[in-house]
Design a protein around this ligand. Sequence first.
Ligand code: 0XW
Ligand code: MG
Length: 368
Amino acid sequence: MKISEIHVYIVDLPVLNGPYTSSDGDIHGVSSTIVEVVCDNGLIGYGECCPVGPTYAAEHAMGARAALAEMAPSLIGENPLNRHCVHANLDQHLHGHHYAKAAIDIALWDLAGKKYGARVCDLLGGAQTEEVISYYTTGLVSPDEAVRIAVEKRDQGFERLQIKVGNRPIQIDIETIRKVWEAVGSDMRLAADANRSWTTRDTLFASSALQGVAVAFEQPCDTLSEIVAIRNQVQHPIYLDECTTDLSIVTAAAGSGICDGFGLKLTRLGGISGIKTARDICKARKLPHTCDDAWGGDILAAACLHVGSTVDPKLNEGVWIAAPYIDGHYDEKNGPRLSNGKITLPTGTGLGIQLEPGRFGAPAASYG
Ligand code: 0XW
Ligand code: MG
């Protein structure tokens, strides 16, 4: 089995009922990159990467396409089932750019499932559940609006809520977190996600003011060194997200006890291959974590879901998907959907996403 062609598609995804808000700013639309890997035996695998705009992380849509242009030609003729060789090839042609490599990696797992007649979750050790828990993120909203959303999502069946904070007076963040906790804290697990925007001062203020409030601080400050500097003064669990830009950071953080969990992003860690390793590191250290990504359509959602379904339920902080913010699905029948705070795992082989030929129009680039 050999790769014979690689096609790259651009899919613009306006934010439904937007904008999506966080301390990074307002997102009205994103641009996704789809990778289609065609093999000489007729099997086709799909992958996707979709930065949530150019400021959430050092990743952006045009960067993904440029990175793929650097790497894709060298993959023609490779055996897609030998992911180690393919990744070695990718690394020989481009250093870093995990998010672009992730799109190819996801397609390789999709192909492996289709080749072996298995779902991706089966190749990852097996699903622990067919109904994977999700979590809801409030957006950067007022204290009272955050409470309204929290109560609504608890009543819909969500067991975890991410409260967006940051880029405003810390007193408003503190009030928002406290009011949400008072409203739903006995029914939901809470995280306050500053998306890197709190200073160490703000983080210490918040931790002092919120003593007795059960909330995890997700990526409070921008850098790992800032978080390490205050780790022993903060009285709340700390989850790392944006600063875990590769597996060595996940390993070091897990091993040195500088965090209590992670917001793991599949494409940031290089794809399913990377996030499954992070999953196993977290299992060894009993660290709760999510399995999701910054944005993305059905292909990326399904990839996160397959990994998320294999996580120890005691450590599973959920799979967030962008579907509620996207008009329609790539695969109307099998595309992952939220229902009562959970997402049903697709049943088909590979990712379980069936795409009509020409689904994404003409490719932006083709190789092979
Ligand atoms: C909530 N998410 C998974 C979606 C947005 O891209 C941000 C991200 C997060 O954890 O911050
Ligand atoms: Mg986060």
